[in-house]
Design a protein around this ligand. Structure first.
Ligand SMILES: *[C@@H]1O[C@H](CO)[C@@H](O)[C@H](O)[C@H]1NC(C)=O
Ligand SMILES: *[C@@H]1O[C@H](CO)[C@@H](O)[C@H](O)[C@H]1NC(C)=O
Ligand SMILES: *[C@@H]1O[C@H](CO)[C@@H](O)[C@H](O)[C@H]1NC(C)=O
Ligand SMILES: *[C@@H]1O[C@H](CO)[C@@H](O)[C@H](O)[C@H]1NC(C)=O
Ligand SMILES: *[C@@H]1O[C@H](CO)[C@@H](O)[C@H](O)[C@H]1NC(C)=O
Ligand SMILES: *[C@@H]1O[C@H](CO)[C@@H](O)[C@H](O)[C@H]1NC(C)=O
Ligand SMILES: *[C@@H]1O[C@H](CO)[C@@H](O)[C@H](O)[C@H]1NC(C)=O
Ligand SMILES: *[C@@H]1O[C@H](CO)[C@@H](O)[C@H](O)[C@H]1NC(C)=O
Ligand SMILES: *[C@@H]1O[C@H](CO)[C@@H](O)[C@H](O)[C@H]1NC(C)=O
Ligand SMILES: *[C@@H]1O[C@H](CO)[C@@H](O)[C@H](O)[C@H]1NC(C)=O
Length: 876
């Protein structure tokens, strides 16, 4: 256990004991929900939640906080229910790109592809469509979107599930996705909170992070998620500064619930909870999957669970105050009512799960872990609607043209096209042949692990290209082997154009391909891909390379190769992979994709290290010595990385026309807003419903007859039905005496200076500047420019530039459009670790606009405190 001093430093308990009396504990107690009459939508949901929770008994409350156990029910996660009020437990399902483990649902493009569109409209639409599918399957909570891993290292196994190593882009994307999902009546879950940046050692790694890097990089997108009203957040497997994320009062209580003002509920990643008290007092609200997953989780009670009956007992003993339990349940129910404002339990319109996550057979056991109650468990509801159109559009618009010497868009006068490489092909045994997508036997359209879905179908590039060639009378040649280089050369030499495909994938560490245990072992192409590209380019001077990769690969040789006329990154485009690619190749859809990460010339050039070997394997520890300098912040900041090591810059992507940037205007409207630290105190923690008495233990045992109807291996909320488990690792589970008395203090609490509202201090989102730029299409065809705004915060400890705005704008030939941006206080601030607040430093601030982080066309200084400039007249 560690405690937080007023300076925001976590110190070991023993070292602090003397200072405790006069030091406020900012990490304790866990912040509870307070009414906010100024926010009608939220207040209404909160009132309904309080009314509902008031009716619940102690064990009914505990039921809603605890999963029934791994594979116990039909969903990946399912909480206990309230049968007395006819209220079903919550059904939670993976994942961030669609409904995992079901049939008749869509395989959407991965998060990184959504980001690569740089289109807020498409990102929102993807969220809406996913939300509709989850809702249609009867799911309450979608376990996505992802902002952690953010993408510290390019090898990070799960980077593709999220959006981009740029926190601003990820912040916009996660917020739009959340709004989309939740608009369809499904609670979104922002995950994995926080610093789950690699798969190696993820269950034990201790990430030591400094306060500024935390705020300016990794926490940033989670602030956007909270501000978007996300209903739930999933805490991650790793440790943060010595304590597991799900037991971490700094990460959960102080940062997420207090500073960011998070009003939803925090659930554990599956098995990421380690103790009863540490998690409850540090702000966990829902235990998933509820049991401790595996031995000693016996089929007979008592079952292994940190919560369930163990939480009931902790409340009765007074170790977990009742207000904390009441807050857990009120948070869960507020998220529910906020997103389903018209549904009041008990009700009929709330959808019920109509599938089983564990089989697509129509009949099977309702309770898999206990193999009980055989019945119809899959109704095979088709929830795909017309989402294939949107999926194809995103696939096309996330396709990034990295290099084009003029061959693209492809001329219809081509005689022949040779399609070369296994990555273009239909997987021979179907796209779902490998569980968790953990193999590459054909084209790669998503990574592997729990962030996957089953493909309802998969259009391979070879299929789509052969179809398109037939339409246009182009001869289609096709060879599949990556290893038979003579055949590849022969086919390529015979053809007017050769398109060579190659892949590199990554995923989650419970599965592994070719020794890649989640994280990639290297940044080269898999399956002889680089040799295949070189062989083809030797014999064909019209070679196009298409890459399906989970992130950057080292491709500098192809960039410099005179015979390689085009390089395309298609990412993980989902079920419409081939169609989306063909739309862009032939110019039917304008290529607006921009790379959401930097392509370095070597792995070393990124300046960050994936930790694959731990000095102490029982306690692997990792510093993030690069601080805020990841991806382009590293490459483009003198003294950190080198611009010369960049093959393709963040934000780069070629289109089929050219744009000219003109007249830049910067100013602000109205009076310069002041910024004050949040002030005031919360109300005291409410006790919701009946107050429990510690001496009533006997009242909370299992009801008579329970032994007769209980479901084996199910976690129940009654006393004596679950065992309290100690952490099995380097530390012992804390006893109540290890926590400061503040951990249980339900008295009114002061606000943090940077807190106060959802997303933090409301003043952080005041608009301080508007910036506008004229962009003219100087080419022959209509096109979409992704106008990017970067800010230089000045000062020696800042990256040279940081992204702070983007707009995708369609412009006709010769047309000029004025593109407007707003800059908020947060956009131009740095985190001050002493004041624990954001501040605008004295260093000169500048704004840059352009079409990539290395193609900045116009710039201006930002005059801080500048007063009223009429819009349109604020020329620098
Ligand atoms: C976490 O650890 C880092 C590195 O040891 C240290 O710089 C930082 O202050 C710690 N953070 C907190 C909140 O204590
Ligand atoms: C808790 O949930 C389980 C599973 O849904 C149910 O069988 C049990 O009756 C519930 N307990 C209470 C106290 O409602
Ligand atoms: C599905 O049904 C088949 C036979 O119809 C059976 O062999 C298989 O075990 C079932 N799968 C599951 C997960 O129950
Ligand atoms: C599960 O139950 C079914 C039906 O009662 C039975 O046929 C099957 O053998 C059981 N499976 C296991 C693994 O016990
Ligand atoms: C490409 O070649 C493979 C191997 O011969 C074949 O199975 C596949 O059908 C071909 N693809 C197309 C689209 O013709
Ligand atoms: C393809 O060739 C056929 C026969 O030569 C011709 O009738 C047709 O118009 C051509 N189609 C296109 C799209 O060029
Ligand atoms: C990189 O990893 C891939 C996948 O395991 C492997 O196919 C390839 O040979 C590796 N590259 C090098 C240079 O070792
Ligand atoms: C490309 O190759 C073709 C066929 O070998 C040859 O005729 C042509 O001159 C080459 N073009 C260039 C630019 O090298
Ligand atoms: C729990 O177990 C203890 C020890 O066996 C027993 O004394 C107590 O009565 C039980 N309490 C309940 C509520 O079942
Ligand atoms: C702790 O974990 C280790 C490794 O998984 C296991 O061998 C050991 O039995 C566990 N000990 C306890 C007390 O659960």
């Amino acid at each position: 256990m560690r405690l937080l001093s007023s300076a925001g430093l976590l110190l070991p308990l023993t070292a602090l004991t003397a200072a405790l009396t006069d030091t406020p504990f900012l990490g304790f107690p866990s912040p509870w929900l307070s009414p906010d009459p100024n926010d009608v939508e939220w207040q209404t949901a909160y009132d309904k939640a309080v009314a509902f929770v008031s009716q619940l008994t102690l064990t009914e409350k505990v039921n809603l906080t605890t999963g029934t156990g791994w594979e116990a029910d039909r969903c990946i996660g399912k909480t206990g229910s309230v049968p007395r009020l006819n209220f079903e437990g919550f059904c939670l399902m993976d994942g961030p790109l669609g409904v995992r483990y079901v049939d008749k649902a869509s395989a959407f493009p991965a998060g990184m592809n959504a980001a690569a569109t740089f289109s807020k409209r498409l990102i929102r639409a993807r969220g809406e469509a996913m939300g509709e599918e989850f809702r249609g399957k009867g799911i309450d909570v979608q376990l996505g979107p992802v902002a952690g891993a953010l993408g510290r290292t390019p090898q990070g196994g799960r980077n593709w599930e999220g959006f981009s190593p740029d926190p601003y882009l990820t912040g916009v994307a996660i917020a739009e996705t959340i709004k989309g999902i939740q608009s369809r009546g499904v609670i979104a879950c922002a995950k994995h909170y926080i610093l789950n940046e690699q798969e190696h050692f993820r269950g034990s790694i201790d990430v030591r992070i400094d306060d500024r890097t935390m705020h300016e990089l990794y926490l940033w997108p989670f602030a956007d998620a909270v501000r978007a009203g996300v209903g739930s957040v999933m805490c991650s497997y790793n440790k943060v500064n010595g304590t597991y994320a799900c037991e971490n009062e700094w990460a959960v209580n102080y940062l997420l619930k207090n500073e960011l003002g998070f009003r939803g509920f925090v659930m554990s990643d599956w098995g990421a909870q380690h103790t009863t008290l540490g998690s409850a007092l540090s702000g966990l609200d829902m235990s998933m999957p509820g049991d401790i997953m595996g031995p000693p989780n016996s089929p007979q009670p008592p079952y292994g669970s940190h919560w369930g009956g163990a939480l009931t007992q902790a409340v009765l003993k007074g170790e977990v105050p009742q207000w904390r339990l009441d807050d857990m349940v009120t948070r869960i129910m507020t998220a529910y009512f906020r997103i389903n404002p018209t549904i009041i339990p008990p009700n009929s319109s709330r959808p019920k799960p109509n599938f089983s996550a564990w089989t697509q057979n129509t009949t099977g056991p309702l309770y898999k872990a206990s193999n009980r109650t055989w019945t119809t468990i899959n109704e095979h509801i088709n929830v795909q609607s017309n989402h294939s159109h949107l999926i194809r559009e995103i696939a096309a618009k996330s396709t990034v043209i990295l290099k084009n010497t003029g061959i693209l868009p492809l001329p219809l006068s081509l005689d022949s096209i040779a399609v070369i490489g296994n990555d273009a092909q239909d997987p021979p045994n179907g796209p779902n042949a490998c569980p968790e997508r953990a193999c590459i036997t054909g084209t790669v359209a998503m990574g592997y692990g729990s962030g996957t879905t089953d493909f309802p179908y998969l259009i391979s590039p070879a299929t789509a290209l052969s179809h398109r060639c037939r339409q246009s009378n182009i001869t289609f040649l096709n060879t599949t082997s990556n290893w038979d280089l003579p055949t590849a050369r022969a086919v390529a030499a015979d053809s007017s154009l050769a398109i060579v495909f190659a892949a590199a994938t990554s995923g989650e560490n419970f599965v592994s391909i070719d020794g890649n245990a989640g994280d990639r072992n290297n940044l080269t192409l898999w399956d002889n891909g680089d040799e295949l590209i070189k062989a083809v380019a030797e014999v064909n001077n019209n070679t196009i390379v298409v890459l399906h990769t989970s992130g950057p690969v080292v491709i500098d040789y192809a960039h410099r190769h005179p015979n390689i006329s085009g390089i395309i990154w298609a990412g993980f485009p989902g079920q419409e992979s081939g169609n989306g690619l063909v739309d862009v190749l032939f110019g039917d859809v304008y290529p607006q994709g921009r790379t959401p990460f930097t392509w370095g010339s070597t792995l070393q050039s990124y300046g960050v290290e994936l930790m694959t070997v731990a000095a102490d394997p029982r306690n692997p520890t990792q510093e993030f010595p690069e601080g805020v300098f990841i991806d382009y912040r590293h490459f483009l900041t003198p003294g950190k990385g080198r611009e010369g090591d960049v093959t393709y810059a963040f934000g780069h992507g070629l289109g089929y026309t050219t744009f000219e940037y003109g007249l830049l205007a910067v100013g602000r409207e109205g009076v310069w807003p002041g910024y004050g630290a949040a002030e005031g105190r919360t109300d005291a923690a409410p006790v919701v419903g009946e107050e429990v008495e510690g001496d009533e233990v006997e009242r909370w045992g299992p009801p008579g007859g329970w032994e007769g109807w209980r479901i084996p291996r199910y976690v129940y909320p009654w006393v004596n039905t679950t065992v309290f488990n100690s952490e099995n690792g380097t530390a012992k589970a804390p006893a109540i005496g290890d926590f400061p008395p503040e951990a249980r203090d339900g008295g009114a609490q002061g606000l943090l200076p940077a807190g106060g509202k959802e997303g933090g201090n409301g003043g952080l989102y005041d608009v301080l500047f508007w910036v506008s730029v004229d962009v003219k299409n100087t080419g022959e065809v209509e096109g979409v420019e992704v106008v990017q705004l970067y800010v230089s915060l000045g000062g020696p400890s800042n990256p040279s530039i940081v992204l702070r705005g983007f707009e995708d704008v369609a412009i006709k030939p010769n047309e000029t459009k004025t593109v407007k941006f707003e800059l908020t206080r947060r956009d131009i601030s740095n985190w001050n670790t002493d004041t624990q607040n954001w501040e605008i430093t004295d260093h000169e601030k500048m704004v840059f606009l352009g079409s990539s982080a290395m193609d900045l066309r116009v710039n201006s200084t930002l005059e801080i405190g500048q007063r009223i400039v009429q819009p349109g007249s604020g020329k620098p």
